[in-house]
Design a protein around this ligand. Sequence first.
Ligand code: SAM
Ligand code: SF4
Length: 460
Amino acid sequence: MDTGFIDHQRINTYLENTAPPQQAELDEILSHARELQGISFEEAERLLMVEDREHLAAMMETARFIKDEIYGRRLVLFAPLYVSNLCNNDCLYCAFRRSNAHIPRRTLTMDEVRKETEALVSQGHKRVLLVSGEGLGESALDYSLRAIETIYSVKQGNGEIRRININIAPLSVESFRRLKSSGIGTYQLFQETYHGDTYRVMHPSGPKSDYVNHLTAMDRAMEAGIDDVGVGVLFGLYDYRFEVMALLQHIRHLEDVFGVGCHTISVPRLEPATGSDVAANPPYPVNDSDFAKIIAILRITVPYTGMILSTRENAETRRRAFSLGISQISAGSRTNPGGYSSGEALEQFSLGDHRSLEEVIGDMVAQGYIPSFCTGCYRLGRTGQDFMDLAKPGLIKHYCLPNAITSFKEYLVNYAGKDTRRAGEALIESMIGDIPKADVQAKTRDSLQRIENGEQDLYL
Ligand code: SAM
Ligand code: SF4
């Protein structure tokens, strides 16, 4: 089987023959990591071999340091918007797969897309991830373009969706060009497993069964000018160490060809899904401790790449993951088409976190995390390489922290209950001092007052 630029042999040989690093080597890698410029992929591979408890603890500590230095206590929030659960693929782990007769099928009309968007906007969301099965054939792209236009057109009170990221089946370069011109943020697609043989078993039929076509989707997206792409692995299908090494090879390939790697990495773990034996009994379950290790290694290796944790994890796992490196989370989510406005239950997989956006925010604030609804970079064209150039230590604080503060203030003024508002205002007050430059601090205070007086959407 052709597995493109993923060098299976090298990874297998490495995993079979390599011992964990000794203390001195580990110390050297972790001290390199603390310079906040990332580490080489070879160094990351060494970290993957670490098993010793104390060594793992040192690695976690380094990841926490990096997360704190670069991102501070800021987390970007989004909601997935599922528009269709029709699918021509048969991914063994997914409830939407073609052969699953246990779920009713549904594709939202544009009127329903509008209603879902209104429901999200009325909760305070500003970012959505549009998600779809691969069942609409030739009309899939046109449908997605209309859905994007519909979502962006919704105005509800003081709110609207300001950034749509999209997770749909791979396209041709030409079709990706059309998608780009619709004003999407990040194009996301998960390889699920980079392991060729496992991929073949898990994807027995349909267009997604073509490993290389799936693997090279990001090349086509980038060739079409989409410079923010989001990759991911569905952990639990194969050995996580293989997956992380291959994921890094994928990123390196994009860097070599396009000069910039991926904008985000998603780290879903396999969750139970209606009618799926694989989802109920993951072949390579990733326990909480290995999951934390994966997040820590990715944070250390590519410190400026966003890391996304979705609905799938329970509140406690999410808390730990925030401190180690996650920078974006979904909140108040439904994984079924129509789930926000109708409350129907046709979920793609079981959710570990059932709390509303307001509850998630209340919990984040209690832990000292500031929720960010910022969409500034993408709207000012700071994407791809421009974003990476900007995302140097300190610089990110000049933009991201003030924008998190003002976008959160907008949430508090327009959507929050009394208690959340009080706690949120106190958190904002305690964080303004963390903005490095005095003039930016002053500007942020001015923006806060203007938002209090009814202005919206102020960002740097
Ligand atoms: N159909 C497109 C695709 O497969 O790339 C995009 C939508 S698909 C619903 C989005 C993601 O859901 C998949 O990439 C997969 O990683 C994830 N997923 C599917 N079944 C899952 C399960 N049982 N647990 C966790 N995530 C799952
Ligand atoms: Fe379809 Fe995506 Fe589910 Fe596979 S993961 S069955 S392609 S919706």
